[in-house]
Design a protein around this ligand. Structure first.
Ligand SMILES: *Cc1c(COP(=O)(O)O)cnc(C)c1O
Length: 819
């Protein structure tokens, strides 16, 4: 994130800091909030923000990575690091916001500010596609819309930009005023107001009032009366422009005609009928497109121009897919967009997925308006260096013409995609992670096809953003300083192995836990360095456990004795975790065992007890709250006895997912999040606040018409009394689709309709009734998704989501995506 530079002394004034400057002439051009390596750390200003984790803890690391300029809230650091500059302020986050607001104040560009419950990012990206044609646009990267994201976005404004498009999101009262001062929009867009993310607000009106604060000073406000009740008076904005599908408005949408792959929108505008065609069919895209349409009209574009541009809208191409490739490569597919900020995001993802040492980038020409080729490719070159790319394959005339700028050992260039594919045999790929990133017109999907293994038509799609969102959801409930252990046992509840662990590691969870040593070894081999607890450490695997630095859960005296016996005499302080049984009666040391446990621990130098924990049997169920309290008090009693002989205070942890939701006072030092990461929590009504992570899809292999007297499948179990149409789909009990779901008990979504299974579920396939539906071979079928959920499937066969998710067999390909 580059802007023009500021002198450190100027910044000290802007943020009202007490400054300790060893190098008063330092120049700042990047603002950073984490301590990772940068290409030119001397120009970075590190903000030690106190959030879930205290940024002050990372100063040491940042300093080692070459950073020398810090905004902090404690005195005394200047003595510890005499060669650095320190700006001391009361509130570091506020300082970041003040600096961004000042930066914005000095820039005279038009700014569009967007807020609302949904659609902010898509509307922002689409306006960028629509307006980037005749403007130099600066916009929020990804969905940077928070108290931290907004200042970092606004900081990117440079001399060359004449239009800014920024989004703002809030989670509680009082936040919007700060964002409004930083974005200072001229045009405001309120996308919609829904119940989503309601928690931090009294009610919908409160939320609306807070959101509208973004628009206090706007010239023009674009909104829909469908979301704002008529009695809300005093809407901000000198001019208003409204859109609606239900009532009178400046843009009154009168018809939405669905085609197979596009939608025709008709509307009344200034008493005339106008229309446009958009290449999308889903409800969310339609609403987002209407908002863009209204915006373009409101800012004065001619009706015809707008129609043309809307027709070319592209799906927001920030969706990165991670797929298994040929010869043990991992492929990251980002073949939809190519600009600097999305390249930087994709490279971060590449680094986060570090299962292979070698990192390769296949990159097309970038279409970055407003930059000379020479400057652009020089910037890309330094980005590749910073992100440690080993190998570059450049495709396109522009990148080829600037190949001398890339200082990589392995590089090759091709004039276009066809040229590359023709010569593919000359390029050797093995054991590397390959990021394939190209502008749409380069059709890199052809390259993806050549590099990936054939995907079995049944796939489990894992949305890594949703998983992160869920992690953040639970983190936001933790008291400051409470650590997180992520439970990634059973292939991360069936969702994957190292892909998820890599993501969690990158986002700094403190601990991982697996069930068996094998699972831990697989993670170590994939480059996971986090501490890993093994819950069932079988003695036959002790040796491997020690070699791979895996930490056993000790759940019995016998296991402890075995492990002590195994450890060579010269080992010191090997980390272990004590599991106490306070009522689960599964694994764990009981109160009566303490008399045997304590002497063993007391005399021992070989071991270090790093944590002591217990597992709650009914943290989600208010019926058993008394028992939960009893468990925790037993735990505390036992903990106290153990600590007395240890001379140490091991980490205390008791809460699982539902425990975090229901028992905020029992967080102790750490919590263990499992199923919540994957989007389930029985303690939350309808899983409110959580996002769907896993979607299981299959396809139709054949369609048949069945007469009234015919039967379907084994044992003649399937009968359609009036005859009808069935579709055979490629999923069966060997894929994890239980036989109990046969004969109509299970349902799947076909063409948006929920349809029942017919007859028995077979090993590799099953049949669905699709009478009356327009379907064909190859059509996609949803086994579960956000609409027909895992919880629905579980309920149909009287089990729990955990079982449905972990049963999806390993032969079903996992595809990960990140947007
Ligand atoms: C699996 C497990 C968890 C996580 O439980 P969730 O309900 O999935 O959050 C926590 N602690 C232990 C000991 C576990 O085995």
């Amino acid at each position: 994130m580059k802007a023009e530079s500021y002198q450190i002394q100027e910044i000290a004034q802007i943020v009202h800091a007490q400054s300790f400057l060893s190098a008063p002439s330092a120049t700042i051009s990047h603002l950073v909030i984490d301590s990772r390596k940068l290409n030119d750390p001397e120009y970075a200003l590190f903000f030690a923000i106190r959030g879930q984790r205290d940024g002050h803890q990372f100063i040491e690391h940042a300093y080692r990575n070459g950073m020398r300029n810090f905004v902090v809230s404690t005195l005394g650091l200047e003595e510890k690091y005499p060669h650095a500059n320190f700006l001391v302020v009361e509130d570091v986050l506020l300082a970041l916001q003040q600096l961004a607001a000042e930066h914005r104040r000095t820039k005279h560009l038009k700014v569009i500010g967007i807020t609302g419950s949904n659609g902010k990012t898509i509307v922002k990206e689409w306006l960028y596609q629509l307006l980037g044609i005749d403007h130099q646009v600066v916009r929020s990267p990804k969905s940077y819309n928070s108290q931290i994201g907004v200042p970092l976005s606004v900081w990117q404004i440079g001399q060359e930009h004449n239009l800014g498009i920024f989004e703002a999101g809030i989670s509680t009262d009082g936040e919007m005023e700060k964002l409004a001062a930083i974005i200072a929009p001229d045009v405001g867009i309120l996308t919609n107001i829904r119940e989503a993310h309601d928690e931090g607000f009294e009610n919908k009106t409160e939320k609306l009032k807070e959101k509208l604060k973004l628009f206090q000073e706007v010239e023009l406000l674009i909104y829909s009366p469908d979301y704002i009740a008529a009695d809300v008076l005093g809407l901000p904005g000198k001019t208003k422009f409204t859109w609606s599908t239900q009532q009178a408005a400046d843009l009154r949408v009168i018809a939405i005609e669905h085609g197979p792959s596009n939608t025709v929108l008709k509307a009344l505008y200034k008493n005339e009928e106008i229309s446009c065609v958009i290449p999308f069919t889903d409800a969310a895209s339609i609403e987002n497109a209407i908002i863009c349409w209204a915006t373009m009209l409101a800012i004065g574009y001619p009706v015809h121009d707008i129609g043309d541009r809307l027709g070319k809208l592209a799906r927001v191409g920030m969706r990165l897919q991670l797929i298994n490739g040929i010869d043990n490569c991992s492929i990251i597919d980002d073949s939809y967009s190519a600009d600097l900020s999305s390249l930087s995001i994709a490279l971060d993802f590449l680094n986060q997925q570090n299962q292979h040492v070698k990192k390769t980038l296949i990159l097309s020409d970038l279409v970055e308006t407003g930059k000379l080729d020479e400057v652009l490719y020089r910037e890309i070159s330094s980005l590749l260096q910073e992100k440690k790319i080993d190998r570059l394959i450049g495709i396109g005339e522009h990148i080829s013409a600037h190949q001398h700028l890339f200082a990589l050992k392995e590089k090759s260039f091709y004039k276009d995609t066809t040229d590359f594919i023709e010569q593919l045999l000359n390029e050797h790929f093995a054991n590397e992670t390959i990021l394939v990133k190209g502008a749409r017109k380069f059709e890199f999907e052809k390259i993806i096809k050549r590099l990936t293994q054939k995907i079995h038509d049944t796939v489990l799609e894992i949305n890594l953003n949703a998983l992160l969102g869920n992690l953040q959801f639970y983190r936001s409930k933790l008291s400051s300083g409470v650590k997180t252990m992520a439970m990634v046992k059973a292939f991360s509840y069936g969702s994957g192995t190292f892909e998820i662990a890599n993501l969690l590691q990158y986002h700094k969870v403190d601990y991982l836990a697996v069930a068996y040593v094998d699972e831990g070894i697989a993670l170590r081999k994939a480059g996971i360095g986090l501490p890993i607890m093994v819950m069932s450490p079988e003695p036959s695997a002790f040796d491997a456990m020690v070699r791979f630095k895996l930490e056993p859960e000790i759940y019995s005296i016998e296991l402890l004795q075995n492990f002590l016996h195994f450890l060579p005499t010269d080992v010191k302080d090997f980390p272990i975790h004590l599991k106490l049984d306070t009522g689960m009666h599964r694994l764990g040391i009981e109160l009566v065992d303490l008399s045997l446990l304590l002497p063993l621990l007391k005399e021992n130098q070989k071991l270090k007890v790093v944590s002591i924990f217990t597992h709650l049997v009914a943290s989600d169920d208010s019926q058993h709250d008394e028992f939960t309290e009893y468990q925790v008090s037993t735990y505390q009693t036992m903990y106290t006895s153990i600590v007395e002989i240890l001379n140490d205070k091991p980490i205390r942890h008791v809460l699982n997912t539902s425990g975090i939701t229901r028992w905020p006072n029992m967080q102790f030092d750490m919590v263990r999040i499992g199923i919540g990461l994957y989007g389930f929590d029985t303690a939350l009504p309808n899983g409110r606040g959580l996002q769907t992570v896993a979607v299981l899809k299959t396809t139709i292999s054949q369609i048949k018409l069945i007469a009234p007297n015919e039967t379907v499948g084994y044992g003649r179990k399937g009968v359609l009394p009036n005859g009808g149409k069935i579709a055979t789909v490629k999923i069966g009990y060997a894929d994890g689709y239980s036989r109990a779901l046969g004969s109509g008990v299970g349902k799947m979504l076909v063409a948006g309709k929920l349809v029942p299974t017919v007859g028995a579920i077979c090993m590799d396939m099953c049949m669905l009734e699709v009478t009356g539906l327009h379907v064909k071979v190859g059509d996609e079928v949803m086994v579960f998704n956000e609409e027909h959920t895992i919880a629905d499937v579980a309920k149909a066969i009287h089990t729990i989501p955990y079982e449905i998710l972990t049963n999806v067999s390993q032969r079903v390909k996992r595809v990960y995506y990140y947007e």
